[in-house]
Design a protein around this ligand. Sequence first.
Ligand code: GRF
Length: 218
Amino acid sequence: MSRKLCRVAVLISGSGTNLQALIDAAGERAGFSICAVISNRPGAYGLVRATEAGIPASVVDHRDYPDRESFDSALMAEIDRHTPDLVVLAGFMRILTSEFVRHYSGRLLNIHPSLLPKYQGLHTHQRALEAGDSEHGATVHFVTEELDGGPAIVQALVPVQAEDSAELLAKRVQVQEHKIYPLAVTWFARGRLRMVEDRSELDGELLPRSGKKITGAC
Ligand code: GRF
C-alpha cells in the first residue's frame, strides 16, 4: 500500500520555472503531491503549467483587496481550503503579514536567489557582480517574520565567471534552484526536515546556519 503523500500548496507570481521543477519531481518517490497552485497575478504563466499538470489553479489578486491584511486573510482561506501540509513560495512577489507567516510556521518555505544572509531583497545577481563575489547561488529557507531571514535549509553554490552578466548568472543560478527546491521539499515530505526554533534540522541534526551546501549536481 502506498504511503500518504505530503500535500504541497505552491504560491507563484510569475513564470513558475521552480513550480515546474516541483511538478516534475512530485510523486510517490519524492513523497509529495502538489494540491494547489495559487497566484496573486492573473496572467502568471505558472497557472498554465499547473492546469497542464492537472493541478487546481486559482488566483487571489492582491489588487482586489484594500490592504495587506485583507489580502493575506483571503489568501490563507484559499490555501487552507486545499488542506496542505506544506506551503511553498516559488517566485511569490508579495511581502507577507506576520499573521500569515505565524499561521504556517514551520511549514512555509521560500527560495531566494542569493547565498543568504547576503543580498536579501531584489537585484541579487547584479549586487553579487558589483561586489566582485567569486561565488553566488540560491538558498531554500523556512519563512519567518524576518524578510528573507528564516532558517536556511540548503544552498546551491554557483561560481561567478569573468564574462558574467546579471542575466547569464541568473540563468545558471536558476538551474541549481530547480535542483535544490525539490530536494528540500522531498526532505520535508519524508519527515526528515523540520524547523527547530531559529534553525533547520535534517535527519535529527541541526544544519549549519547557512544551510547544507550543494555544489554542482545534487
Ligand atoms: C526565482 O529566481 C526565485 O529564486 C525567486 O523568484 C524567481 C522565481 O522564478 N524567489 P520562477 O517563477 O520560479 O521561474
